[in-house]
Design a protein around this ligand. Sequence first.
Ligand code: NI
Length: 165
Amino acid sequence: MAVLPVVKYPDPVLSAKTKEVRVITDADRRLVIDMIETMYAENGVGLAANQVGISKQLFVASADQVKGKELVFFNPRIVRSEGVIKEFEGCLSVPEFYEPVKRAKRVWMRALDLDGEEVEVKGEGLLSRIFQHEIDHLNGILFIDRLGFLKSRNIKTRLRKKTVR
Ligand code: NI
């Protein structure tokens, strides 16, 4: 088990679309364990594989931070959504910025679980937001891409300056 370094904006792995996982291997299962450890170490509620530099359709989540009850999804996609809600959001790859983001209130997501079985899960409240945020990651989209143009550009400029320093 290992805590992995979290990739930060503007690393290009974050803006690339990740690859579908056809077969879940032992290496993937080890990666999941490390991603869960990393998520807790960073006090996150969700973590996408490309945030640790692996461009695969995989994310882990823990809305309530209860160890042993983490959620793991491969190839997730939203199949239905309802309502709209705007709430503050942050991201381990975009440190120190929190902005209100408009999201669907409820979502139904289909994915493969750790055993490769197809599952459909309903997300409400924080879990709904996590599902949408993490699926965005897997499509190369950050929450700051969902803000207004000027706000988004301003944050990106500040983050790039931080990386150069
Ligand atoms: Ni994020």
